[in-house]
Design a protein around this ligand. Structure first.
Ligand code: 13P
Ligand code: SF4
Length: 322
């Protein structure tokens, strides 16, 4: 890292929720973006300082869909590894940079090739439905990808009777509750952030703020979902908070979403569950974006043979999930 960028890191400050990025940081970032013909995409869970400077912020479906429409030569993904990988699979000719290559989603690794093969051997009429929070190798073995915003719609419209839903068991059980006439086999993976919430913490928040509606992400455990007034993706939660007349909400998803909720609904109150922090998402920072654009050391590389196979379920999701 050069001295000038070390200096930039030192002048990034976050004071009492107000983000102050030195003009110099923005100037350097803009110069690098222009030089590399780059655009910055961010997930709602990354720190506010990145959401402040990102060109686009969204849920997993929006980001996957958007990346294919962008004309920029370089895409910087502020999120976790599978997000950069999905963008690369859909746009193999572009330079896709992660902000921090070690930012990974543990759930993405909670399914194996062996488990998929065993299920394919057991059922003739089987679709392997793969949550986008998964590795490229696993996508390459799947029939269709889904995100939390389109899983219900896609599973409902599949011809197969038996569905092996991987890797997230909580999302699988949530889908199974709503979709009729399918045999949904849930894998046993989970998101540690959404699965390990203490239901008593949620109940305490509800008794403290009885008028607040509970908005939950479907990666949460069913004990949490059974208390929710609304279940949806990050974007779905933000839309619901905007359109509902209620003035207070308890949010059962990662705390980084507070930036957009508070921006979109400045007069409403939001209460969060303290433990809901994804430490991988928090590995992203503005100084690392500058580093990534300068060094390209975080470029995402996916084998062509995997790209060719994994793009089929991803493109199928883009068609079916519209
Ligand atoms: P969505 O933004 O698609 O709801 O996904 C949440 C998530 O866990 C991303 O890792
Ligand atoms: Fe993975 Fe959970 Fe973090 Fe999302 S919040 S990236 S599912 S660990």
């Amino acid at each position: 890292m050069s001295l000038v960028y070390t200096y930039v890191i030192l002048i990034e400050k976050s004071l009492g929720g107000v983000i102050i990025l030195e003009k110099n940081t923005i100037k350097i970032l803009n110069q690098l973006k222009e030089k590399e013909d780059a655009v910055i995409l961010a997930h709602y869970y990354v720190d506010s300082e990145i959401q402040e400077i990102a060109d686009y912020i969204g849920d997993s479906f929006f980001l996957a869909q958007l990346a294919s429409k962008l004309e920029d030569r370089t895409i910087v993904m502020a999120g976790v590894y599978f997000m950069g990988e999905s963008i690369k699979i859909l746009n193999p000719d572009k330079n896709v940079l992660l902000v921090d290559k070690t930012a990974d989603c543990p759930m993405a690794h909670m399914i194996t090739r062996e488990k998929i093969e065993a299920m394919r051997n057991k059922y003739d009429d089987l679709a392997v439905v793969c949550y986008i929070n998964s590795t490229a190798n696993i996508k390459a073995l799947s029939d269709v990808c889904v995100t939390s915003s389109n899983a219900l719609k896609i599973v409902e419209n599949l011809e197969e009777k038996n569905i092996f839903f991987i890797p997230d068991g909580n999302l699988a059980r949530y889908v199974a509750k709503s979709v009729q006439n399918k045999n949904i086999i849930a894998n046993d993976g989970y998101c540690p952030v959404h699965n390990n919430i203490d239901v008593n913490e949620l109940k305490e928040l509800k008794s403290k703020f009885p008028k607040a509606k509970i908005l939950a992400h479907p990666e949460c455990h069913s004990d949490i979902l059974s208390l929710a007034d609304f279940i949806g993706s990050t974007k779905g939660i933000i839309n619901m908070a905007k359109k509902d007349d209620c003035q207070e909400f308890i949010i059962a998803t990662e705390k980084g979403i507070s930036y957009m909720l508070e921006k979109e609904c400045p007069n409403k109150s939001f209460y969060f569950i303290d433990s809901m922090i994804c430490h991988d998402m928090k590995l992203n920072s503005v100084s690392k974006i500058i580093d990534a654009l300068e060094s390209k050391a975080t470029e995402v590389i996916v084998d062509k043979s995997i790209v060719d196979k994994a793009k089929i379920p991803l493109n199928r999701m883009l068609e079916m999930g519209q």
